[in-house]
Design a protein around this ligand. Structure first.
Ligand SMILES: Nc1ncnc2c1ncn2[C@@H]1O[C@H](COP(=O)(O)OP(=O)(O)O)[C@@H](O)[C@H]1O
Ligand SMILES: [Mg+2]
Length: 324
């Protein structure tokens, strides 16, 4: 049995928004609803699904940037769900986040050296020389030249900025890194290099990744396990090979059928192309039935009557939320 590094039980994060100025009516947006995950140390655990399905909110909640509305999170066997602010510093150090928009997450007024020194200053009491040494080492780890230290983010390319973002996450010897769309803002050629770096770092530094992405090719190539989300809920979760070779939920099939293929013979390996049409329900007004009903092409009369299905284990370690 592998070591379990991150686990959640019934994790929920809701947002409340008032509608209009006159009415005091509040709507609840269940951005993350009843999510159970189990992540083993060393795994690349992918979270996929369309924009707005709650992937980033899940990431923010796991690192406790957000406090859960309900449910529990264990990090390295410690219950971190409702830790106080003073204790959270310790957790964020071990589980930082890398963001899609590397540029926006780097302070334009700080040099790369300052950006990488800052977490070291906050979390450790090191001398100036020690900090400088560590910054040099971090630049080396992410394959950036030492001269980068005195540059400002505005003068870096997209790929360089993301390397700085990764170096900053590595500064405090993390165990888990939450990668929120780490390459979607980059050119394809740069993406490949960053991905190679991430895989290499995982192996060298024995890291665990939560890889938030809507890029399915990336998921297929990198992830050990995949969780598919739809409107805040997990609708399918399994080992990567099971998801790609035997997708069960109609939504997962539709997602996979949309992967661009290089060769026609690859097309045969994918589910028949399914066009997703039909309205997506508003996250503020979810149906009582299956959330995917309005877009599902396999729906039966049962689906229109029964309440939202539970997540069930349909094959060993393969979970699906579907009546069929
Ligand atoms: N701070 C917030 N306040 C209110 N609603 C939010 C907030 N953040 C996200 N949401 C809503 O929660 C849902 C999930 O958003 P998000 O986690 O950003 O999805 P994803 O990362 O998968 O695109 C969306 O409906 C979004 O509008
Ligand atoms: Mg997001």
């Amino acid at each position: 049995m592998e070591e379990i590094i991150l686990k959640t039980n019934n994790l929920c994060k809701y947002f409340y928004r008032s509608t209009g100025t006159i009415s005091r009516h509040q709507v609840t947006i269940k951005a993350v609803d009843d999510v159970d995950i189990t992540v083993e140390a060393g795994q690349i655990f992918a979270v996929i699904g369309e924009s707005g399905c709650g992937k980033s909110t899940l990431g923010y909640t796991l690192t406790r940037i957000y406090t859960p509305t309900k449910g529990r999170i264990w990090f390295d066997a410690e219950d971190i769900s409702y830790l106080q602010k003073s204790e959270l510093k310790r957790i964020r150090r071990k589980m930082p986040m890398v963001f899609q928009d590397a540029g926006a997450s780097l302070n334009p007024k700080h040099t790369v050296g300052d950006i990488l020194s800052l977490p070291l200053k906050i979390h450790y009491s090191l001398s100036r020389t020690e900090i400088k040494e560590r910054v040099k080492q971090l630049l080396e780890i992410v394959n950036l030249p030492q001269e980068m230290m005195t540059r400002y983010p505005g003068y870096l390319s997209g790929g360089e900025k993301q390397r700085v973002g990764i170096a900053r996450a590595l500064a405090l010897n993390p165990r888990v890194i939450i990668l929120d769309e780490p390459t979607s803002a980059l050119d394809v050629s740069v993406q490949a290099k960053i991905l190679r770096l991430l895989i290499d770092l995982r192996d060298r530094l024995r890291l665990t990744y939560i890889l938030i992405t809507h890029n399915l090719s990336l998921t297929k190539n990198m992830a050990d396990r995949v969780m598919v989300m739809y409107l805040g809920k997990v609708i399918e979760a399994a080992e990567t090979s099971a998801i790609f070779e035997n997708p069960i939920h109609p939504y997962t099939k539709a997602l996979l059928s949309a992967i661009p293929v290089v060769q026609e013979k690859e097309r045969k390996l994918l589910p028949k192309e399914v066009i997703l049409d039909g309205e997506i329900p508003s996250p503020a007004n979810l149906p009582e039935t299956c959330y995917f009903l309005s877009r599902c092409q396999e729906k039966k009369s049962l689906c229109k009557k029964a309440p939202c299905p539970e997540l069930k284990e349909v094959e060993k370690d393969h979970f699906v939320r579907c009546h069929l």
